[in-house]
Design a protein around this ligand. Structure first.
Ligand SMILES: C[S@@+](CC[C@H](N)C(=O)[O-])C[C@H]1O[C@@H](n2cnc3c(N)ncnc32)[C@H](O)[C@@H]1O
Length: 267
C-alpha cells in the first residue's frame, strides 16, 4: 500500500504546477473574483459564513479559498507538499486567508488541533483512497458534535462506461471495488496534452461502500442525490458539453448518474 501511496504522491506533486497554469482551473479568473465552486456544492453546503470548514484533498486550494471568499474560516489538507506550497502561494496572491496543512488523509485527525463545523470534499477524491472505513473514521474524528460532512463526487458508474459506436456507451469495467487498478498514462484531466508520464493506483468505490463506511463511523446520512451530469467531464470520451456548461451523455436513452452528493451529520 505504501508503494501505491508513494506513486500517487509522485504524480500529484509533479502535476500541481501545470494545474495552476491550466485553463481548466482558471486561476486568473479566480483572482478576478470567480468561484471554483459549482451551484451544486454551493446549495448543498449552504451558508458558510463565520463557520469553520475543513476541505479534504484540497489540491492547490482553489476551492478552499473560494469558501473563504464566502466567509468560511477554512483549513485545506492535502498529502502533496507541492499542492500545499501552491495553495499558500495562491492564498498570498489572492489576499484570502486559509490554513493549509500537509497530511495523508488517514492521519488527518492527529495532524489537526481543532474540530470543524463543516467537512467538505469534492470531485476526484475517492478513487485515490484504498480504504473507506478508515477514511470515514477520520472524517468523524474531525467533526464537531452537530457538524456536517458534505461530499460531491463523480459517480462510480461514470468510470465503468466507455464510448461505443455513435452516441452509445458500453460497459468497460466492474462497478464494484475489485481492488487496485493500475493506470499508466500521460497528462491529467486538467491537461491531457501534458507530457508528464505517470503510474497511478486507483480504486473504484461503489455507492454502497461509501454509505456503509460513513454509517459504520457513526454518522447519520441526511441526504443523498444522484445527477445525470458532470460539472466537468472534458476528459471522458463519451460525454459532451451541454449549453448550460454541464457534461452529459448525448443520447437521452443513456440516463446514467454521473455525479452524486451526500451530507452526513455527527450527533
Ligand atoms: C482530483 S484532486 C482534488 C481536486 C479538487 N476537487 C479540486 O478541484 O481542486 C485529488 C487530490 O487528492 C490528493 N490526495 C490523493 N491521495 C491523498 C491522500 N492519501 N491523502 C491526502 N490527499 C490525497 C491529491 O494530492 C490531489 O490534490
Amino acid at each position: 500500500m505504501k508503494d501505491h501511496k508513494d506513486s500517487n504522491l509522485k504524480f500529484w506533486d509533479s502535476i500541481v504546477e501545470e494545474h495552476v497554469q491550466s485553463d481548466f482551473y482558471d486561476v486568473p479568473g479566480f483572482l478576478k473574483g470567480k468561484t471554483s465552486l459549482d451551484s451544486l456544492e454551493l446549495e448543498l453546503v449552504g451558508d458558510v459564513s463565520g463557520r469553520t470548514l475543513l476541505h479534504l484533498q484540497c489540491h492547490f486550494g482553489l476551492s478552499t479559498l473560494s469558501w473563504v471568499r464566502l466567509g468560511a474560516i477554512a483549513t485545506g489538507v492535502d498529502f502533496s507538499p507541492a499542492a500545499i506550497s501552491a495553495a499558500n502561494e495562491l492564498s498570498k496572491k489572492s489576499g484570502l486567508h486559509a490554513r493549509f496543512i500537509e497530511s495523508n488523509i488517514y492521519n488527518i485527525s492527529s495532524n489537526l488541533d481543532e474540530k470543524y463545523d463543516i467537512v467538505f470534499a469534492s470531485y476526484g477524491v475517492l478513487c485515490w483512497l484504498p480504504d473507506l472505513t478508515n477514511w470515514a473514521k477520520e472524517i468523524e474524528q474531525c467533526m464537531k458534535p452537530g457538524g456536517r460532512f458534505h461530499l460531491v463526487e463523480y459517480h462510480p458508474l461514470m468510470n465503468t462506461l466507455d464510448s461505443g459506436s455513435g452516441n452509445d456507451v458500453v460497459l468497460k469495467n466492474s462497478y464494484f471495488n475489485e481492488g487496485v487498478e493500475i493506470f499508466e498514462s500521460e497528462g491529467s484531466y486538467a491537461n491531457p496534452e501534458s507530457p508528464i508520464k505517470n503510474s497511478t493506483y486507483e480504486w473504484s468505490h461503489s455507492i454502497g461502500e461509501v454509505i456503509t463506511a460513513l454509517l459504520e463511523a457513526g454518522l447519520h446520512i441526511d441526504n443523498f442525490a444522484e445527477y445525470p451530469y458532470a460539472t466537468d467531464g472534458s476528459w471522458i470520451s463519451y460525454l459532451r458539453k451541454s449549453d448550460d456548461g454541464k457534461w452529459r451523455v448525448p443520447d437521452h436513452k443513456w440516463g446514467v448518474p454521473l455525479t452524486f452528493s451526500l451530507s452526513a451529520s455527527k450527533k
